[in-house]
Design a protein around this ligand. Structure first.
Ligand SMILES: [Fe+2]
Length: 304
């Protein structure tokens, strides 16, 4: 992108709104940044995942719904990535729609940035963040079925979306029952607030961790995806559970990671998304930045 006065100011305003989560400024920032010319992105990096026949493939995004240029750039790169690595669906970590929630806002902050993916039949499964309107559960393209927390099976995996902003006893009972009943080899949980994080701005949600972690450990959850922190982080396994933070698919809180002993990989200098592939008892992941670099990748074996 060419640096003009407009792009410079939009960038500065983007940093400002990203730092403050100031909803009133999002629409101003996004309008301004989109007015700076067409969205042009480069090519995705080489795909490192095994790309095996009949594997389960999906992507992960979080804190994406700004309606601003970086979200559109990530959306375009995701579509280009999908041409090489056809993923079936996308998990959303919440803060799906910042600022105004009008019909046109859903178009500009969701339907337009992911237009190609949506036209190709990619399903998005959302969880709710603290900036979301609870009525998003009725927005059909988020596939929440009118529920704040829900689950579905896909191949040898089962996915559980939670609403971490309102973690009440009924939801805790629900997740415990569903995990107990699940016969899936891979149990993936996703929700907005991170149980583990090295973010300066928020840090880990210790109250939520105290309530959820014992259930996850007891029923063998393998991988947890979160957002809320506007960067990418992979944590060292905690009680055999692998935690990922993907909260920079639209937002970015630059330089916000304060490395601690739990950090396995951190990336806080650009927007990013994650692609994943489940092959039998192996889970592969690759995290790709907005500028088309692989910032993290690896394989996690099923531990039980
Ligand atoms: Fe958030």
């Amino acid at each position: 992108m060419k640096l003009t006065r407009g792009t410079f100011l939009a960038g500065v305003l983007g940093e400002f709104t990203g730092a403050l989560d100031h909803t009133a400024l999002f629409d101003l920032w996004s309008n301004w940044s989109l007015a700076q010319g067409p969205i042009v992105v480069g090519e995705p990096p080489a795909i490192e995942l095994p790309l095996q026949d009949k594997s389960l493939r999906f992507a992960v995004i979080g804190d994406n719904g700004t309606g601003a240029r970086p979200q559109y750039e990530v959306g375009s790169l995701m579509a280009k990535t999908r041409a090489k690595f056809p993923f079936e669906f996308v998990l959303m970590m919440g803060d799906n729609i910042y600022g105004r929630k009008s019909k046109s806002a859903f178009k500009r902050k969701f339907e337009d940035p992911y237009k190609t993916l949506l036209e190709d039949g990619v399903k998005f499964y959302a969880s709710l963040g603290n900036h979301d309107d609870p009525n998003e559960i009725y927005y059909q393209p988020f596939h929440m079925g009118g529920k704040r927390y829900y689950n579905w099976k896909s191949g040898n995996a089962e996915f559980f979306a939670l609403d971490s902003t309102y973690m009440n006893p009924a939801q805790l009972t629900w997740i415990e029952e569903k995990l107990r009943e699940s016969s899936a080899a891979w149990k993936f949980c996703f929700f907005h607030h991170a149980l583990y994080s090295d973010g300066r701005f928020h840090g880990p949600d210790l109250d939520l961790r105290a309530r959820l972690e014992p259930i996850f450990v007891k029923y063998g959850v393998a991988v947890v995806f979160n957002g809320h922190e506007h960067f990418y982080e992979r944590l060292q396994p905690q009680k055999e559970i692998h935690y990922f933070v993907v909260g920079n698919s639209g937002q970015l809180r630059r330089g916000n990671i304060r490395p601690g002993p739990n950090l396995a990989k951190g990336f806080d200098t650009d927007q990013a998304f994650l692609i994943a592939e489940v092959v039998g008892k192996e889970f592969y992941f690759q995290t790709i930045s907005r500028s088309g670099n692989t910032v993290d990748s690896g394989m996690i074996p099923l531990h039980r």
